[in-house]
Write a new protein. Structure first.
Length: 275
């Protein structure tokens, strides 16, 4: 009788361990995933990092048939990529995937598993795991840039402010660096953080000290990879004349003694008339 009871108990535990409710992906999408299932996270660029968060608790299976809690989320990435497992006992469990900086365009597969350390709660596939597959598409054309004002006239030594919108079309948050070429000695760079699937606006300044018409190239590139970038041509006409000098006083960049402030205030008003 004891042998029969022991066999029955073992069969119950084994059946309980295999009866696992679907695990729940919380970020960057909401999705229930069964063992051996597939999670498509979206598009990312070479070198970018994307994260995935998973609920550690399940409400079925386990020792008593009421579920349990997984301890960690493990991932195995392709060669050249970087993976970071979730912290032990984190809630939710969050892992990170970083594509190689020269990752080829196309579909890439990452193997993932929820792990019950030591199979202590008898949840998962009988080995304390729920394996599933993560899929991402790598694309270089993952961002865009638009400049609202492509022609600016200003005085020598005065800033020309270009209004730039940077678009992140992928599923990975990123920081983009804006720079310009075409003005001798100008190496100013400005960074902007753009969350996944959104856009941000930035003012970027260029200063020309010599009277000339400059053909500039303004570029925004991801700090993750030089392969993710966009650029646009603009013009800057540096011209020293009375109207340009007056207009410069309204930009708040000229320094002058306090006693001369009324004079420059009047100059600013004149610039609006001449402008």
């Amino acid at each position: 009788m004891r042998a029969i009871f022991a066999a029955f108990a073992l069969a119950f535990l084994l059946s309980a361990s295999f009866a696992v409710e679907n695990v729940k992906v919380l970020f960057p999408l909401h999705k229930d995933v069964e063992q051996g299932g597939r999670v498509y996270l979206g598009k990312m660029g070479p070198g970018q990092t994307i994260s995935i968060s998973v609920e550690p608790k399940v409400s079925s299976g386990g020792v008593n048939g009421i579920g349990g809690r997984f301890d960690t989320l493990e991932i195995v990435v392709p060669q050249g990529w970087t993976g970071k497992n979730s912290k032990l006992y984190a809630d939710p469990m969050q892992a990170e995937i970083t594509a190689a900086e020269d990752a080829a365009e196309g579909e890439h597969v990452i193997e993932a598993s929820l792990v019950d350390e030591g199979n202590g709660e008898l949840i998962g596939n009988g080995e304390g795991k729920v394996p599933f597959t993560i899929v991402v598409d790598v694309e270089k054309d993952i961002m865009d840039m638009q400049i609202a004002n492509t022609y600016i006239q200003t005085g020598a030594g005065q800033p020309a402010r270009y209004h730039i919108s940077v678009y992140n079309k992928g599923a990975a948050n990123d920081v983009f660096e804006v720079s310009a070429s075409g003005v001798r000695g100008w190496a100013f760079k400005k960074s902007i953080y753009v969350p996944a699937g959104s856009s941000r606006e930035i003012e970027y300044e260029v200063v020309g000290n010599d009277e000339a018409t400059y053909e500039l190239s303004i570029k925004a590139r991801s700090i993750s990879s030089s392969l993710i970038s966009a650029q646009q041509s603009v013009k800057l006409n540096v011209k020293s004349d009375l109207a340009a000098d007056y207009r410069a006083t309204t930009k708040g960049v000229m320094l002058f003694p306090l006693v001369q402030a009324p004079v420059y205030f009047i100059a600013g008003l004149i610039s609006n008339v001449l402008g």
